[in-house]
Design a protein around this ligand. Structure first.
Ligand code: SF4
Ligand code: SF4
Ligand code: SF4
Length: 324
């Protein structure tokens, strides 16, 4: 079952997920799609030939997720370690031409010439929700994680804003805001590292049987969401039928976001503006094929339990103080 804005609204994601949940408990679904914890893994397809760059998806994302945005305590205390600079976007919340803690989706534009023809393409950019996400695998505190639907999110109650997720993400997607989060409770006089933010695939809307705000708002039906194997098959078919190119099926070991473009991605990557908050479109190898990276992942795992314990203690202490 594949859904764009219209069909998804008609049928409801809850019905789609529910229809496979029973089979998933037996370990697999009839279509053989990837299932974790009894839930269907979701993916999105973005047909770049359809995007007109109107920004309705960006606006919808900001509106739907505004209640999750950081409200930092100011002035910021002394930073620790001192080499870490404060990251403050709270006075620049209107910025929508790059990723920030207050803007989890932006439209990247690529123009140039391909095959002797001029092109201009708009590319909605956000977290790709990797199948084997380094951000979650290497987060020292277990704040970043992937759920049964393949959604990768960052728990703002646990994150200490150390930016490990950003440094290991091939696209450097997560963005940091200083002056919020657990760090303030653990060491208020030295607080400042903050919390990392990124697209969480509107997981609350999906849990309630809805679809991501950006998918719903698009007037051109650019995005389709559904079970990963069906969406990937659709993406491959679209690329084959249109002579297009696919991005996301093998990148970083495979993601749950597939772009199909009439122009090769290495050409698009040359054409887009890249830099802080503006990710590249280069091909990305699987980082978890090296022993070194695997070893680091295993090394980090025990600390996740420690972080959960600290959070438990902090919550208990603040509850007793009447602060929460
Ligand atoms: S794109 Fe980056 S932030 Fe998103 S899941 Fe993959 S590694 Fe994590
Ligand atoms: S899935 Fe939700 S959080 Fe992610 S970019 Fe779309 S609207 Fe924003
Ligand atoms: S709403 Fe649709 S057409 Fe408009 S910028 Fe977003 S993806 Fe492109």
């Amino acid at each position: 079952m594949r859904m764009n804005r219209r069909s998804f609204l008609a049928a409801g994601l809850a019905a789609a997920a529910g229809s496979v949940a029973g089979k998933a408990q037996a370990g697999e679904t009839g279509s053989g799609q990837a299932v974790v914890g009894g839930e269907v893994v979701l993916a999105t397809l973005l047909d770049l030939s359809k995007c007109i760059g109107c920004g309705a998806c960006v606006e919808a994302c900001r509106e739907a997720n505004a209640h999750k945005y950081p409200e930092p305590v100011k002035p910021f205390p002394k930073m620790y370690p001192a080499k870490v600079k404060a990251a403050d976007w709270s006075d620049k919340r209107d910025v929508d031409d790059r990723l920030t803690p207050y803007n989890w989706l932006f439209i990247q534009t690529a123009s140039g010439t391909y095959d002797g023809e001029p092109f201009e393409l708009n590319i909605p950019r956000r977290c790709l929700h990797c199948q084997n996400p380094p951000c979650a695998n290497l987060c020292p505190w277990g704040a970043a994680s992937k759920d049964g639907r393949g959604i990768v999110s960052i728990n703002d109650e646990i994150c200490l804003g150390g930016s490990k997720c950003k440094s290991v993400c091939p696209w450097h997607i997560p963005e940091r805001q200083t002056g919020v989060g657990l760090y303030l409770k653990l060491a208020p006089s030295l607080a400042g590292n903050g919390v990392m933010y990124k697209c969480d695939r509107c997981k609350d809307r999906i849990a309630a049987g809805g679809i991501p705000a950006c998918v719903e708002a698009c007037p051109e039906g650019v995005q389709t969401i559904g079970p990963r194997d069906e969406i990937l098959a659709q993406a491959r078919k679209l690329a084959e039928e249109t002579g297009g190119f696919l991005y996301g099926d093998t990148e970083n070991g495979g993601t749950n976001t597939f772009y199909v473009s009439p122009v090769p991605f290495d050409v698009l990557n040359q054409a887009v503006e890249k830099g802080p908050g503006k990710p590249h479109l280069a091909s990305v190898a699987n980082p978890f094929t090296t022993e070194d990276t695997l070893a680091r992942a295993v090394y980090a795992a025990p600390l996740a339990g420690l972080a959960a314990g600290v959070l438990h203690l902090v919550r208990g202490a603040t509850s007793e103080d009447g602060n929460e």
